[in-house]
Structures are given as C-alpha cells and as structure tokens.
Design a protein around this ligand. Structure first.
Ligand code: SAM
Length: 244
C-alpha cells in the first residue's frame, strides 16, 4: 500500500471520514440522475441473496450499504465488511451500533486486493462507490477467489463517459485529471487525479477474464447537462468458475 494513488486515497479518507456521511450525498448527486440512497438501494437489490447467505462487502466505508442490506433482508443475512481505512471503519462501527445491527454486520480492516478469507467462503460479494480508488483488476481477482462458484458479485462504481473519447475529451481530460494530483484538496487529488475510470467494455473484459458472467448492467448518468462527469453504474455478475 505505498504507491502514489494508495497514499492519496489513504490521506483522502483519513481526512474525509468524519464528514463523509454528510457530504457524499451531495457529491454523488452531481454525477447521477438518482440520489445516493436510491443508488445504494439499487446496489443492494441487485445482489438478491438467499436467506442465511454469507455476504462480503468490500470497501465498506461508513457501512451505509451494509446497513441498507441488513434492513432490506430483515437480518436474514450476515455481512462482513472490510475497509483499508481505520477512520472509516470507526465511523462504520458507530453507525452499525447506532442502527442496532452489531449481530448482523462484522467489520474488519483489510486490503481489497488481499482479502483475508478462504477460497469460495462467501455466497455473495458486493461493493459500492469504491473500486475507482484501487487497482480494479487485482481487486476483482481477489473478490473472485473468495466467492463460491455460482455466487453473485455486485459492483457499483463509475464508468468513463463517452465524451472522454471524443477529440476534445482526449485533448483536455488527461492533462486536466493529471493536474488534479497537485490540488490542495485531497478529495480532488484522489477522486480525480488518481481514480481509475474505465469504459464499460474494459469492465466486461476484466469480469469475463475472472470467470464472471454478467447478468445485469445499468447506468445512472446525470440528467440535463453535457456528461463530462464519470457515470455511476451497477453490474451484477455470476461466478461461473470458468476464467476466460
Ligand atoms: C468513497 S468510499 C465508499 C464507501 C462505501 N462503499 C460507500 O458506498 O459509501 C471508498 C472506500 O474505499 C476504501 N478503500 C480505498 N482503497 C481500499 C483498499 N485498497 N482496500 C479496501 N478499502 C479501500 C476507503 O477507505 C473508503 O472507505
């Protein structure tokens, strides 16, 4: 965990943890046609686990999605939430306790690319609003390993908007994003300068390479203005066990 992007991400969440729950809704709302809470509900619905399922949430943050899931399925599931940032985990522990869900949600510090669980341990793996901070391929490999064959993976993250591929986009976006690495605002450094924002075709390739069959994919672009912001999306995929 020592490369420049990891350091920027760590400092972003060291500084953001105490205000994350109050500010994430506004920043997400600028990029999407749905609210952050509706998006979390849609991510949770896409998993649709069987009663008693053992679920892993990667990059659990302050536990908003874990709490949404347990409330939705009336405590019939158990969620293990992992995150690399201890300050975000402190907020998560507080939110889980306040929600009275300590018996349904366990929290643990771990790197998403090196998940500390046995092969095929979970029935479902889920993540929201986080993989753009990481090496997506390494994390998908790690998630595939701990998910049982036939289990479902749900990822909510951000896609490259088609405009970044236009002539103007190719000229302007890379230097603009690189310049964000030198911003005094840690959120702009990590979210802009160091984020991995990939087109849908790349996600499809990476999922297929790790033995996932895509079942469902939906995008939530902001309405109205020209789409220069990354596009929130959700994908649900089944682990077939046959890596491509
Ligand atoms: C934008 S927050 C999203 C939190 C939560 N999933 C949500 O939707 O609100 C991204 C989270 O990813 C975590 N994170 C970043 N890199 C990580 C890594 N390599 N392994 C595990 N968690 C990581 C951060 O600590 C942070 O809590």
């Amino acid at each position: 965990m020592t490369d420049a992007r990891t350091r920027a991400t760590r400092s972003l969440f060291d500084g953001w943890a105490s205000t994350y729950d109050d500010t994430v809704r506004e920043s997400f709302g600028q990029m999407s046609c749905i609210t952050f809470d509706d998006y979390l509900a849609r991510v949770a619905e896409a998993l649709a686990p069987a009663p008693g399922a053992r679920l892993l949430e990667v990059a659990v943050g302050t536990a908003a999605l874990a709490i949404t899931m347990v409330r939705r399925w009336a405590s019939s599931v158990h969620v293990v939430g992992v995150d690399a940032n201890p300050h975000m985990l402190d907020r998560a522990r507080n939110n889980v306790a306040m929600a009275g869900l300590n018996s349904s949600i366990s929290l643990r510090e771990a790197d998403a690319a090196d998940l500390p669980f046995a092969d095929a341990f979970f029935d479902g793996v889920i993540t929201s609003n986080a993989l753009h901070h990481m090496d997506v391929g390494a994390v998908l490999t790690s998630m595939a390993r701990v998910l049982r064959p036939g289990g479902r993976l749900v990822v909510g993250d951000f896609l490259e908007p088609p405009r970044w591929r236009s002539l103007l986009g190719r000229l302007v976006v890379p230097p603009f994003r690189f310049s964000m690495r030198f911003s005094s605002d840690p959120a702009r450094r990590a979210d802009g300068g160091y984020a991995t924002i990939l087109p849908w075709e790349r996600w499809e390739e990476m999922l297929a390479d790790r033995g996932f069959a895509v079942e469902h994919h939906v995008d939530f672009p902001a309405e109205g203005s020209p789409q220069w912001e990354p596009v929130p999306f959700i994908v649900a995929a089944r682990r077939t066990g046959a890596a491509g």
